[in-house]
Design a protein around this ligand. Structure first.
Ligand code: NI
Length: 177
């Protein structure tokens, strides 16, 4: 397994539309293992393959909402291959979102509160589920990546430009350090 470099906005590769996975094989499972390692290391709760430069419709999510007796997050890794959404609720919810490709920037984003999703897992098995809460939001955020969309695209132009300026400033400070 390996920790992979994460692309950061405004890297144009993040705007790629990812292509469907044709076969779920060991190469894909190796990529998924690397994606989990990269996500846990960052740390983050979701990662799309394009964020590590691979334009395939693969996502990994682990909300790590619960903790064990020692206060360590309990892992509950979930893999979504070729995910599709249907029947989004009319009711919306707002979460403060962040993204490993837009480091240290957070903003409220409104999305359907409940969705239905279909996908394949790492064994190639089909799943269909009704999802709500943070998982519904996280899956929609990650699925946006497959279309080359970042959460900042859901903000007003003014807010988006502010975030991009802060990112650039942070990058310059890092380079100077
Ligand atoms: Ni993201």
């Amino acid at each position: 397994m390996a920790i992979l470099p994460i692309l950061e906005a405004p890297d144009p590769r993040l705007r790629t539309i990812s292509t469907p996975v044709e076969t779920v094989d060991d190469d894909l499972r190796a990529l998924i293992a690397d994606m989990f390692e990269t996500m846990y290391d960052a740390p983050g709760i979701g990662l799309a393959a394009i964020q590590v430069g691979v334009p395939k419709r693969v996502l990994v999510i682990d909300l790590q909402e619960e903790q064990d007796a020692e206060g360590k997050p309990i892992r509950n890794p979930r893999v979504f291959i070729n995910p599709e959404l249907f029947d989004p609720s009319e009711e919306h919810s707002v979460y403060q979102e962040g993204c490993l490709s837009v480091p240290d920037q957070y903003a409220d984003v409104e999305r359907p509160a409940v969705i239905h999703a279909r996908w394949l897992d790492e064994k190639g098995e089909r799943h269909e589920e009704r999802l709500e809460g943070l998982l519904a939001t996280c899956l929609q955020h990650e699925m946006d990546h497959l279309e080359g969309i970042l959460f900042i695209d859901h903000l007003s132009r003014l807010k988006r430009e502010m975030v991009m300026k802060k990112l650039e400033k942070a990058r310059r400070a890092r380079r100077a350090a």
